[in-house]
Unconditional design. Sequence first.
Length: 335
Amino acid sequence: MQQRDLFNSLLLASLIFGLGGGNVFAKNKMYRYINEKGEVYFSDQVPPHQIPLGHERLSPISGRPVDIVEKAKTKEEQEFDERLAELRKAEAKLIERQQTHDKVLLATYRTKNDLISSIETKMHTLETQKTALEGDLTRLIRQMEEQQKNAAAFERNGEKVPQELHNHIKSSQQQIVQAREAITDHTQKMAQIKKENDSNIERFLFLTQTNTPGPKGRLASIKEASELGLFYCENDRQCNKAWEIGQTFVHYNSTTPADIFNDKLIMNRPPATDDDLSLSLSKIPLPNDEYQLFLDIRCRDSLPGKALCASQRVRDIRSAFRPYVNEALLRAAQQ
């Protein structure tokens, strides 16, 4: 508190002298730095032993940061940052796609009813197509049954079934198999579209009921996965359950409100203060149609914010993510 009072006094004096023509403090540099104990200091110079620990250069008029010199990093920390940047690059693609989707959604529909009406029209078309496919299947089954009756009639009369009739029966059987596969594919497509439609309605309501805009590889070892906040999915069922569990983890540990949530990206709003933690969870594809869940933590772009993101508190949140998901999955399996 004393340091903050001193800083405010310096700012006030700077303004007074500046307005009075003296402009004494405006000519001086002002810095904010955090020592090894986490204590914040304001001064017109940075002690030599403090330089490797990082500091901010502040505006002597407004007191706002104008330049940040980060803490010197070890080789291990640099490698960690590179891996984190790689994951964030993949996450950024998901965010960009979501933002594009949001723009299209808001530009296409003015109200929830417009969206629902459009969805109902599309689903009606899909239902009509499914009915037509089911009609084709019924026709093929009746056709084959008639062909089989004709073949049975030949056999009852002691006559050889014509090869052409055999061929027709075989062709009908193949067409029936194809028709059933087409119905199965179409049903799965309808289920996927319904899921997307439900997601679009939920997203549209979220976007229109809030007045704030949205925020503008390889497998890891167990140790690396814990440090980076990664969870590797063994199968789709496990991944879907882990995604639900991860959503709870994100909202519990974030200090900012929710912003984006779908089946590929869960994100809370950006940090507004130096003490804020904004968590996100992204489903990043791997080779062979597999996924890894990436928990990311963002802090404010300031010296205290960077110190927070480099703190043990944030490391503990990252390392807790994977065990949290595994324990929740184990409890769910035992129920």
